[in-house]
Write a protein that binds this ligand. Structure first.
Ligand SMILES: Cc1ncc(COP(=O)(O)O)c(C=O)c1O
Length: 363
């Protein structure tokens, strides 16, 4: 087996704790007589997995009975569309912070409705190289919702402080889900694609405060109605059984092996610190792509070399040294290391060493 240092932005590296258990379960899950990808979603085995994942997610975030946790096939992009249909109201404001490509996608979906879409701040003109300070922004108390993206996967920015609003607060947390403690009770809806911090691709987890379900209009197609997901405990249709099985394992790892979100944050700070230090101590050989240091992401680290030729050489050499996924997103270029929860410390250390050495040899 030659598992490399995996820095892909998602699907991304998963903890060996989950991968090795999945390896066994593929053949036969517990005493069920069949593999986990072959088991009924109506079996007691899957009930336990689904309910276990919900309980651990709530425990990690400190949430009680006033929140539901559901899985939505189709990923975070499906939730963009569902949110627009469920919560945009004709003539009422839906307010957004446009901090990057994914935030813009959520805005585009809302713009298809009759809501009054209000982009309170956009980083488009500065190529999303920094974020606003949330306390400087004005939000309406009676907006249908305020939506923002906590971590911008492509640009490498991350909100360290969240907007304080009276309207229901929605957050796409796809790329920093469960990576640090948050005051989850301040949110009406948190969601994210699973493929970065939680499991395989293909579905999103959404955490919804019960009271906002009342705002959903009647008559939506059932697959697009969040109250149906809640009523049917995510099994209105056949859910992604294997993906949820893996997510349950990753959440267990986070809870039992890592010891919760505060510990996870410390580890993430240390990993990201190693790589940011390689950038900042390179005497200008590398340049961080984010303008404001406080806005740098602990999950997606973005940087440039002085020339595109050097970046190409960096990528070629990095591959021969056993690193994967260091190319920046195709829309922005440059270099990016995604150091999600499951990225081992060893990978971050080895990358920082490689970066230091590469800078020395080519500076
Ligand atoms: C912050 C963010 N939101 C949404 C998405 C879209 O997720 P999905 O591919 O699950 O639809 C991504 C994908 O990378 C993302 O990084």
């Amino acid at each position: 087996m030659t598992r490399k240092h995996n820095f892909y932005a998602g699907p991304a590296v998963l903890p060996l704790y989950a991968v090795t258990r999945a390896q066994e379960a593929i053949l036969e899950y517990m005493d069920s007589g069949c593999g986990i990808a072959e088991i009924s979603h109506r079996s007691k085995y899957f009930d336990e997995i689904l309910d276990g994942s919900i309980a651990t997610a709530k425990k990690l975030l400190g949430l009680g009975d006033d929140y539901h946790v559901i899985y939505v096939g189709g990923g975070a992009s499906m939730v963009f569309a569902i949110n627009a249909l469920n919560f945009c109201k004709e003539g009422k404001k839906a307010q957004f912070i446009d901090s990057g490509t994914w935030a813009s996608r959520a805005i585009t979906e809302a713009s298809r409705t009759k809501a009054q879409v209000d982009v309170v701040w956009s980083g488009k003109d500065v190529k999303y190289s920094h974020l606003p300070e949330p306390e400087d922004l004005q939000f309406d108390d009676d907006a249908s919702f305020v939506h923002f993206t906590t971590n911008n996967t492509i640009y490498g920015t991350q909100f360290k402080k969240f907007p304080q609003v009276k309207a229901p607060l929605f957050a796409d947390m796809s790329s920093d889900f469960f990576s640090r403690p948050i005051d989850a009770n301040k949110f009406s809806m948190i969601y994210g694609g699973l493929q970065k911090n939680l499991g395989p691709a293909g579905a999103a987890m959404a955490i919804i405060r019960k009271d906002i379900l009342e705002n959903i209009p009647q008559g939506l197609s059932e697959m697009l109605d969040l109250s149906v997901y809640v009523k049917k405990n995510s099994i209105f249709n056949t859910p992604p059984v294997f993906t949820i099985f893996m997510t349950n394992l990753v959440l267990k790892w986070l809870d039992e092996e890592i010891g919760g979100l505060a510990n996870m944050q410390k580890i993430n700070e240390e990993k990201a610190g190693l790589i940011y230090n390689a950038i900042d101590s390179s005497d200008g050989f590398y340049k961080g792509a984010v303008d404001v240091k406080e806005h740098r992401s602990l999950m997606n680290i973005t940087w440039r070399c002085k020339t595109e030729e050097l970046e190409k050489l960096f990528l070629t050499e990095s591959q021969t040294h056993g690193f994967m996924g260091l190319k920046g997103h195709r829309s922005v270029g440059g270099l990016r290391a995604s150091v999600y929860n499951s990225c081992p410390m060893e990978s971050a250390k080895t990358l920082a060493d490689f970066m230091n050495d590469f800078a020395k040899r080519n500076g």
